[in-house]
Design a protein around this ligand. Sequence first.
Ligand SMILES: Cc1cc2nc3c(=O)[nH]c(=O)nc-3n(C[C@H](O)[C@H](O)[C@H](O)COP(=O)(O)OP(=O)(O)OC[C@H]3O[C@@H](n4cnc5c(N)ncnc54)[C@H](O)[C@@H]3O)c2cc1C
Length: 404
Amino acid sequence: MDLTYSRKHQDLQAEIRAFIKGEGHRSPSFGGGRKRPDQQRLDWQALLLQRGYIARTVPREYGGYGAEPDVLENAIIADEFSKAGISPGYLDVGALIVVPSLLELGTREQCERWVRTTLTCETIWCIGNSEPGSGSDMANAKTKAVVEGDEFVINGQKIWTSSAHFADMMFLLCRTEPEAPKHKGLSYLLLPMDSPGIEVRPLVTMTERPEFNETFLTDVRVPTDQIVMGRGDGWKVAIASLKHERVMLGDPNKQLKRFQSIRELMQETKIDGVAVIEMPEYRDRLLRLQGEVLAAKYHNMRLLTLHDQGAEPGVVGLIQKYFATTLNHRLSALAVDVLGEAGLPYDPHEVAEDDPATTWQIDYMYDIGLIIGGGTSQIQKNIISERGLGMPREPKAQVPAGRG
Ligand SMILES: Cc1cc2nc3c(=O)[nH]c(=O)nc-3n(C[C@H](O)[C@H](O)[C@H](O)COP(=O)(O)OP(=O)(O)OC[C@H]3O[C@@H](n4cnc5c(N)ncnc54)[C@H](O)[C@@H]3O)c2cc1C
């Protein structure tokens, strides 16, 4: 991969710097949490879409910018936004998982109906994969969808459904072919969350904030044309959408931004009049993490190059997801240590979104969730060792006689 900036890339860099200088003050704060975007975020999203700083390669007919894939362009946009501490837009599971999955596997009608409104945040999505008893083993999903006339009738339960409490649509994994082998009996449905029969019960995470939910589905009806691909093709859709989820969770720009904030925190925080950044034990940790942050950035370019080439990312994506999510946690751990006593107290009822100390504590706790969500580290490591390194398969646990 040639990482030298051509004239075109230098021009883009200059264009973005000018944009940030002129419009950066309109940016909402970085992040955004698990809530519907407010008017400031919606306006910012519209501006970024219009300029092609998000959905750059999504076809114009679906609300994107229609540019040719170019890994360096994406890297330059992300880098400049990250350095300036400017929000890269509302990039949730809708924009980063559902949109690319529909573009890859959906029908033209499905793309026309949902891609544009997802990019503008009129349609907010949640992902309904996990169930009690089928998390890592997603193909074991038991939620049933039975065809009646021109509708599916859905019954079952989902769990850990992030954002279901305010989402408009669910990207739902369910079993439509109960007689077929496990992986061949699944389908994905595009389910409006205001359909009768859906009950969403919030669950609180370690941060003591409601982030995800239990979702109960009782006789929920959805038209049969709201299926992605065909009946029984759900595992193919799962593989594609998990690939996009890993890109989302492994995004190195989050770490670049975080690294920069920690460096500032270490410059500002003093112990006995000495800035923490001057203390060898802390500086050593910071430098090691800097190396890892840069490694994640360049590894991600390999991943994006494979995506742009239409090649399967395979274990490259799993390595990025595993490495980036564990690195995020180590970065916030350093910040909490630097804060010392200020990093300890935490009252979820008095959480100020813009208080840096509280934000680091929330990140530190929530990052553990992202090590688990989208496929746990243990599962990523198993697959990397088996498919990437050619090591023997994990032995399956023996089922005791008389059980199973
Ligand atoms: C913050 C967060 C957000 C989430 N958001 C969503 C969402 O929006 N939608 C959704 O559908 N799901 C979501 N999830 C669920 C997530 O995908 C699952 O938690 C994850 O896949 C693990 O499944 P499980 O919780 O059932 O754990 P299990 O699969 O029961 O695993 C329990 C433990 O056993 C280990 N384990 C399991 N099998 C193996 C094996 N073969 N080899 C070695 N170790 C193994 C796991 O690594 C783990 O440590 C979210 C989870 C979190 C934490």
